[in-house]
Design a protein around this ligand. Structure first.
Ligand code: KG4
Ligand code: ZN
Length: 338
């Protein structure tokens, strides 16, 4: 069956076509980064309006690329939450209306489930069960993934998400939005150990995280004396090293506690090169295999939503719609388990 996937939870509009037999056929993406940059962050109302403008052209593009036609679509998967309410509503309304007109079912997808399953799009996918480190702009979680819809939360952040910490710290350093990629590029030029920042909850003995204190630590460093260009790079390096060390240590602790040998890294921060370097180095020593989604599937995209929809259909466990056009801006992942 051909599944159309729609993603519109935040500032990226994603459309993809996934064939249950042949895999991903096409995906089209529009990032709103340039539009939000002037405001220093995502403006929800502008995001919703832009999703409205982009969906139809992206769908046309994906269809053309796949060589398939709309009438071949057998189901439509869309992000029902969590995310920005208005932005989610655009995708949900589009998907539900299109599905009604085609006479096909819809599959509401949890955005984080899309991220969790996205490494399955690779040529060399992991096998269930595995541990997943989910590091995005809104979430930082360690999960045990035993199968489609079978997720156990092992630990999460008590305050800021890893991506949020990157974005807020980037702002303090005068870097633009989105801050994560800019901050990590700056960190590559920083001297190791020049700026030593705290490693929050590194030795807490559990799998919880806390990142809000780190940005406060950075704040005191950028105030006085005001750092020069190299000083900023050193702070960025110190920040990145701190956050990466905590993420790496807790990921290996989660693997050890669960006795599993596969780690999946998903979400935007999974694109961070230093995180990848350190995970790979530690994994080799421990006989662990780390799986990353392709770079293009690390951040938000329609392909992971189409895939999650396809796997949900195969497993026969399609989550209940919260009612046509209803979205769930706040939606704990634990509720979709079992
Ligand atoms: O998964 P994602 O696209 O959106 C959410 O669902 O949140 O993740 C976006 C987050 C942003 O906070 C962004 O700054 C961060 O991922 N990010 C990075 C990098 N690339 C994206 N953080 C650190 N290093 C990167 N290279
Ligand atoms: Zn995301």
């Amino acid at each position: 069956m051909l599944i159309l996937g729609i993603e519109s939870s935040c500032d990226e509009t994603g459309v993809a076509l996934y064939d249950q037999e042949r895999g991903l056929l096409a995906h089209a993406l529009h990032s709103q980064v340039a539009m939000h940059r002037d405001y220093g962050g995502v403006v929800p109302e502008l995001a919703s309006r832009d999703h409205v403008r982009r969906l139809v052209p992206l769908l046309r593009k994906a269809l053309a690329e796949s060589g398939r036609s709309l009438c071949e679509v057998g189901a439509i998967a869309y992000t029902q939450g969590p995310g920005l309410a208005g932005a989610l509503l655009v995708g949900a309304a589009f998907a539900e209306a299109l599905a009604a007109s085609l006479g096909v079912p819809t599959v509401p997808v949890h955005h984080l489930e899309g991220h969790l399953l996205s490494p399955l799009l690779s040529a060399r996918p992991p096998r269930f069960p595995f541990v997943a480190l989910l590091v995005s702009g809104g979430h930082t979680q360690l999960m045990r993934v035993s199968g489609v819809g079978d997720y156990e939360l092992l630990g999460e952040t008590l305050d800021d998400a890893a991506g949020e910490a990157f974005d807020k710290t980037a702002k303090l350093l005068g870097l633009g939005y989105p801050g994560g990629p800019a901050l990590s590029a700056l960190a590559e030029r920083g001297k190791p150990e020049a700026v030593k920042l705290p490693r929050p909850m590194l030795n807490s003995g559990d799998l919880m995280f806390s990142f809000s204190g780190l940005k406060t630590a950075v704040l005191t460093r950028v105030r006085e004396p005001v750092p020069d260009a190299q000083g900023c790079a050193d702070i960025a390096r110190g920040f990145q090293d701190a956050i990466v060390e905590v993420l790496v240590k807790k990921s290996f602790a989660a693997l050890k506690a669960s006795g599993l040998k596969q780690l999946v890294v998903a979400g935007g921060v999974g694109a961070n090169r230093e995180l990848r370097r350190r995970l790979d180095a530690g994994a080799e020593r421990r006989g662990i295999t780390v799986y990353y989604p392709e770079f293009e599937f690390c951040t938000d995209n329609g392909a992971m939503i189409a895939l999650a929809g396809a796997l949900r259909l195969e497993s026969g466990a399609v989550p209940k719609t919260a009612g046509a056009f209803a979205v769930r801006p706040r939606w704990p992942l634990a509720e979709v388990s079992g």
